[in-house]
Structures are given as structure tokens and as C-alpha cells.
Design a binder for this molecule. Structure first.
Ligand code: MN3
Length: 265
């Protein structure tokens, strides 16, 4: 691992990942966790620092398939902000569905390449890959960047992320105002995102629609809040704003800081 906090390293290796970065799939394409020294095969010398490690993304290098990553805490750990039943359904059913959809789309596109699939469905399976692939990566980030309130979750960010929030978004308060407004105003199902734009070396707040729309190509997602109704409706019903305001109590800033360091390395 290179020095993660080298000043001026805004034009990073990650910038070269280009469009794949928006999906986080560049990290996947580059292989498993960088710096482990366990790389095998002909990709070993070409690894970039991934956004998420293979374990965090449930990527099985042997089979080339994705699996549902385990949560880093129990289903009830985020209460009272997010209730256990919501977590269970969200992780076990919804996220599992994205994993299944991603693997299926990859299989179907491979069939088309080999001549056994229906090439007329290329648009359909490409859409499926984008939607489910993004859904999978988004949720993997989501689980990792939350923590139980008062036990790693909430409070003000520290370190590099705090410096960058101050520099680019008016500090924690400025970020909070912008991020909450963006998340509350997402039209339909989507996400509020804090991302890193590697060429300018700057943090941005974006709104996402569905799993993949309205992202900016090449940015690295650092923190997202899922504002699909499945993420909050059991507890908050139509009161999305209440859920968004409560979310700040469970942000795992240590993890967000780690993702920013990876993005800048
Ligand atoms: Mn969701």
C-alpha cells in the first residue's frame, strides 16, 4: 500500500480506472485486496487499490461470482435508527436479489459472447448488469459505512475526511445540510451520495436514482444513504426526512475515511 495521505496525489491511479469507478466495478476488475501479497495469476502485477476488498464485496475470485457479503454487525445493531426487520429483509432479500441479478446478467452476456445466447437481448442484459451490479456495490458500501450509534456510528468525522469536508463542502455542517437535502429530494427510489472526484481531487454530493442513474462517471462513492422505500418504510412509513436526519447517528466515519484514503492512494 502506498502512502495514503501523500499531499498532491489527486491525480491518482484510481483516475485511470475511468468509467468503471462509478460502479465500483473497476475495483472488482482489478482483483482482490491490494497489498495482501497473495495475488495469483497474470493479474497479480496490475492491481489497483480497490474501492472495496473482495471480502467486503463478496467476490469469489475462484468462481468469478459474487456472493452476499456478511453484515459487519447484527441485524438489530442499528436500532433505533434502522429496525432489525428492515435490516433483515433489506440485506437478506433485496441485496441478495441484486447479487443474483448481477451473476445472472454476467452469465447471460457470456452466453451471448459464446453464441449460445440470444443476441437480441443484449440491451436487456446490459441494463440488468448495470442495475444489479450497481445495486450490489451500493449496498456493500452502505452496510460498511454504517455502525451502531455511539459504537462507531455518528459523531463528527475526524482525520482526512474531516479536512476534505472542510475544504470542499463547508465542513461537517455544510456537508450535512447538502447531503440531507439531496437525499430527501431524490425523486422516487434512489440514493444520496458523497463521492470523490479524482481529477479535481474534490468531494461532491450527488443524488442517485434507482441504483445507477445520475451518478457521475469516474467518481468514487464513499458514503451513500439508501432512500428506496424498502430501506425505511416499515419504521418511518412516508417520513423519509426523519429517516435521513436519523441516519447521521449511524454513519461510520472511520470507514468513510478509509474509503477516501483508498480512493486517493
Ligand atoms: Mn436498498
Amino acid at each position: 500500500m502506498t502512502d495514503l495521505q501523500t499531499p498532491g496525489s489527486t491525480i491518482s491511479r484510481r483516475a485511470a480506472i475511468g468509467t468503471l469507478g462509478a460502479l465500483g466495478l473497476g475495483a472488482v476488475a482489478s482483483g482482490a485486496q491490494s497489498g495482501t501479497g497473495t495475488g495469483t495469476g497474470n493479474r497479480a502485477g496490475s492491481r489497483l487499490t480497490p474501492l472495496l476488498t473482495a471480502e467486503e464485496l463478496g467476490y469469489d475470485e475462484k468462481s468469478g461470482r459474487y456472493t452476499l457479503p456478511k453484515l459487519p454487525y447484527d441485524y438489530d445493531a442499528l436500532e433505533p435508527v434502522i429496525d432489525a426487520q428492515t435490516m433483515q429483509i433489506h440485506h437478506g432479500k433485496h441485496h441478495q436479489g441484486y447479487v443474483n441479478g448481477l451473476n445472472k446478467a454476467l452469465d447471460k452476456l457470456a452466453d451471448i459472447r459464446s453464441g449460445s445466447g440470444d443476441a437480441g437481448l443484449i440491451k436487456h442484459w446490459s441494463r440488468e448488469l448495470s442495475f444489479h451490479g450497481s445495486g450490489h456495490v451500493n449496498h456493500a458500501i452502505f452496510w460498511q459505512t454504517m455502525a451502531p450509534k455511539g459504537k462507531g456510528g455518528g459523531g463528527e468525522p475526524k482525520g482526512l475526511i474531516a479536512d476534505r469536508l472542510k475544504q470542499d463542502l463547508g465542513g461537517y455542517d455544510g456537508f450535512k445540510t447538502h447531503f440531507a437535502a439531496a437525499a430527501k429530494a431524490v425523486e422516487g427510489s434512489g440514493w444520496g451520495w458523497l463521492v470523490y472526484e479524482p481529477t479535481a481531487g474534490r468531494l461532491l454530493v450527488l443524488q442517485g436514482e434507482k441504483q445507477q442513474n445520475m451518478m457521475m462517471t469516474g467518481v468514487v462513492p464513499l458514503l451513500g444513504i439508501d432512500v428506496w422505500e424498502h430501506a425505511y418504510y416499515l419504521k418511518y412509513q412516508n417520513r423519509r426526512a426523519e429517516y435521513v436526519d436519523a441516519f447521521f447517528d449511524i454513519i461510520n466515519w472511520t470507514k468513510v475515511n478509509e474509503l477516501l484514503q483508498r480512493a486517493m492512494s
